[in-house]
Design a protein around this ligand. Structure first.
Ligand code: NDP
Length: 419
């Protein structure tokens, strides 16, 4: 069946917005936000940071359709990098034809820690604190009662000895929030009782971004025959993608770039939904090194006639809290997504990461990424050289014919075009 989003990239900006408005039932105010390209109001931006000067723009785009757990989503993306959105759309189309992505998320909790030092008898203190788990969970919950009322709260407390530290880990169900402030408030409340129980000193009490209680897995299965028109080409391509996956498992130089490609997609959605991308990056890179070596977050394997892609990473994505409710574009993003809940959004984001990875690997092992990047790269170059919007197409056409299309060449060609 032909998707209603087919040829989306060829439409005008206005047409794209109208189509999204109709197909995704956007609210009138979000339609206005998109059409008028409304920015963060000064009154709000000025309260979000110190030394506020204004706002900083980045392109706001959409991956028109991706299939996750049998549902079709339009996914907002904020990125400055040419070809990221096009690559994601391409990947989503191919994988969508093969059934899309299936995801799995067991639980969604955040972990915080209180680090104690100069504890006289760490083993004795560890045992005592562990025995007092119920009392300590109660203290944590009393410090943030509203999360308990919402159905969440402190769930578990574990204690470990690491070198000179006695570390108490608190596991909290933070419902729809990312939970930094919820956890930090609870941990503050635990400091004094923990000092009394351990006869030690508190160094700090803080949320951990290594969110191993919020792991999400996304998986896709693409029939190899769907990868190319010709069977031999398709088999060869699947084989090379599997080799590329292996390379990212054994070489950290490749793994870093492999994961950067995944984050081209993930960060774009995380930013568009008002989430804290530093938190997501920090947690995922720590997870990529969990066995002591830094590895690719995704794998691709051939099983029978299929190419199987899989990614697992911590994604404590929020739908409330922080700056999420403040930015009008974020409200439009959530409307586009269909007012998803935190677990559903994490599933979509993991799938976008895997999808982006598929498109990048496919390009890398065939034509290389340069050819795909070129058109958008040349457009950026033309704008950089000072071309007006109406001059960009001609300048890009001229740049295509040059052997080394750099800024110098763009400036000279623009001069020629204008003369
Ligand atoms: P908030 O402090 O904004 O807390 C969540 C808010 O959402 C609360 O006000 C809560 O209300 C409200 N809320 C409404 N509905 C729900 C619901 N269904 N489930 C949960 N909460 C709900 O955000 P976080 O604690 O999530 O902290 C995130 C912010 O902290 C981000 O801006 C992040 O950048 C920042 N941060 C990050 C750190 C890190 O990553 N290490 C460290 C410090 C800050 P109520 O209180 O009434 O329950």
């Amino acid at each position: 069946m032909m998707s209603m989003f087919s040829g989306f990239y060829k439409r005008s900006r206005q047409d794209r917005i109208t189509l999204l408005y109709k197909e995704r039932n956007l609210a009138e105010e979000n339609l206005a936000t998109l059409v008028e390209d409304t920015n963060l109001p000064e009154t709000v931006a000025g309260k979000m940071v110190e030394n506020h000067l204004g706002t900083f723009s980045l392109p706001f785009a959409v991956l028109p359709e991706i299939r996750v757990n049998g549902q079709s989503y339009s996914v907002p993306m904020v990125t400055e990098e040419p070809s990221v959105v096009a690559a994601a759309s391409f990947g989503a189309k191919i994988i969508g034809r093969s059934g899309g992505f299936e995801t799995y998320m067991n639980k969604r909790q955040m972990i915080g820690q209180v680090a104690l030092f100069e504890v006289e008898n760490v083993e004795k203190a560890q045992e005592f604190i562990q025995k007092e788990e119920a009392t300590l969970l109660q203290i944590a919950n009393q410090a943030y009662p509203s999360i308990v009322k919402r159905g969440g709260g402190a769930r578990q407390l574990t204690v470990e000895v690491k070198e000179a530290f006695l570390i108490v880990y608190l596991h909290v169900d933070v419902q729809e929030a990312m939970g930094a402030n919820i956890l930090n408030t609870m941990l503050e409340a635990l400091k004094q009782p923990l000092e009394a129980m351990s006869q030690g000193k508190t160094l700090m009490g803080i949320l951990s971004n290594y969110a191993t209680d919020s792991l999400v897995t996304s998986r896709c299965q693409v029939p190899i025959a769907n990868l190319a028109l010709n069977k031999a080409d398709a088999t060869h391509l699947a084989d090379k993608i599997a080799w590329a996956s292996l390379l990212a498992q054994v070489d950290p130089y490749r793994a870093a770039t492999h994961n950067k490609g995944i984050f081209n997609g993930i960060d774009a959605v995380v930013v568009a939904t008002g989430n804290d991308w530093r938190a997501i990056e920090a947690g995922a890179h720590a997870y990529a090194s969990r066995d002591g070596a830094y590895r690719g977050l995704s794998t691709w394997k051939i099983e029978g006639d299929n190419l199987i892609g899989e990614i697992t990473l911590p994604l404590p994505i929020a739908t409330v809290g922080g700056s999420i409710g403040l930015n009008p574009k974020v409200a439009a993003s959530f409307d586009m997504l269909g007012d998803v809940k935190a677990k559903e959004l994490a599933a979509i984001i993991a799938s976008v990461g895997l999808c982006q990875n598929f498109a990048a690997l496919r390009a890398l092992v065939t034509t290389g990424i340069q050819s795909g990047h070129m058109k958008l790269q040349l457009q950026s170059l033309a704008l950089h050289a000072g071309a007006r919007v109406e001059e960009v197409a001609d300048l890009v056409a001229a740049l295509r014919k040059t052997a080394h299309p750099n800024l110098q060449a763009a400036k000279e060609l623009l001069k020629d075009l204008r003369s």
